[in-house]
Design a protein around this ligand. Structure first.
Ligand code: HEC
Length: 299
């Protein structure tokens, strides 16, 4: 994971030697305090049906986006955190003020770049399916708008119909969901749940969809492993990395459905066991504000 963080830093050219890079989010939240990495706007989901869960996993996965954005680990959720908005978003390539992003930048897009820095406020997506037009260009079709975000703005691969439909299902469920408008903590439990939910959504999906969602699950495991200090949690990191490789093997199996049916019960039991081991020492992980602040050398 250290290597990934380093590659991210190099790809973005943003890191100076004095900054300790521990979490990929630091690339787009360079000045944020430790606390900002430990909470995100509360996600208000009305449903947990399979399409919504698939959409949720994709929304959090860089695999939906292409080009430099994906390499940096950006996902829809980096900007629209919890389906809302990330007030700390400050990726230097895309904005000169926090909570905004330039959706017509050369950095992320070959076709949309306009050569000027003109970031727009990142909108909250709750209630989005009730709006009549989308984005500054007033696109009347939400599906067309989202397709444009993926393929044109971020050079993502052309998504299959099933994937677009799942993202739409997620956006609709966000709209109908209700909860307090506060912040929700990012914890070991929320991070392990992200992995479990992605794996569950892949289990039983059609083969092509399952492959993309399993990749999202592997990415979620990468985010989890980053939160474990390398030396103190060497054993647990190795265990999670092994479990992630097993997901990789299922993803590339000839028959992904059979591979999941065979391997997942044992995989789940081992995943839960490692998670339980980490839970006993959660205070020593970067899910803890003091531990994270100290590691980031923030007073
Ligand atoms: C780099 C930050 C960033 C990322 C990543 C991003 N968005 Fe956005 N999004 C924005 C900004 C800024 C706008 C406002 C654009 C505009 O007004 O034209 C926006 C607008 C939208 C809107 C229209 C909302 C409205 O009220 O008009 C939708 C829907 C949306 N994004 C969905 C997505 C999805 C789905 C993804 C992932 C595939 C994604 N976004 C990735 C920053 C981002």
């Amino acid at each position: 994971m250290k290597l990934l963080a380093l590659m991210t830093a190099l790809a973005l050219g943003a890191a100076t030697p004095s900054v300790t890079i521990l979490l990929r989010e630091q690339a787009w939240m360079p000045d944020a305090r430790a606390r900002a990495f430990l909470e995100e706007p509360a996600e208000c989901l009305a449903s947990r049906e399979r399409a919504v869960e698939i959409g949720r996993a994709l929304f959090r996965s860089p695999a939906m986006l292409g080009g430099p954005a994906a390499r940096a680990g950006l996902s829809c959720n980096a900007c629209h955190s919890g389906g809302r908005r990330n007030p700390h978003f400050m990726l230097p390539e895309l904005t000169n003020r926090a909570g905004a992003a330039d959706v017509t930048s050369e950095w992320s897009s070959k076709v949309r770049g306009d050569g000027i820095v003109n970031p727009l406020d990142i909108p909250d997506l709750s209630g989005v399916t009730r709006r009549e037009t989308f984005g500054r260009a007033r696109d009347p079709s939400l599906e067309h708008f989202v397709h444009g975000v993926v393929v044109e703005e971020f050079q993502g691969p052309e998504p299959q119909a099933e994937l677009t439909a799942s993202i739409m299902a997620y956006l609709r469920a966000l709209d109908e969901g209700e909860c307090a408008r506060g912040m929700a903590p990012v914890t070991l439990t929320s991070a392990t749940d992200d992995v479990r939910r992605a794996v569950a959504a892949a289990d039983g999906a059609d083969a092509e969809t399952a492959r993309v969602v399993l990749l999202a699950a592997q990415d979620a495991m990468g985010r989890l492993v980053e939160r474990l200090p390398a030396q103190r949690f060497a054993r647990e990191r190795r265990a999670f990395e092994g479990l992630s490789r097993e997901i990789g093997a299922m993803r590339t199996a000839d028959d992904v459905g059979v591979a999941m049916a065979t391997a997942l019960p044992g995989w789940r039991a081992r995943f839960d066991a490692v998670a339980a081991r980490v839970a006993r020492r959660e205070r020593q992980t970067y899910f803890n504000e003091r531990t994270l602040a100290r590691a980031l050398r923030q007073p």
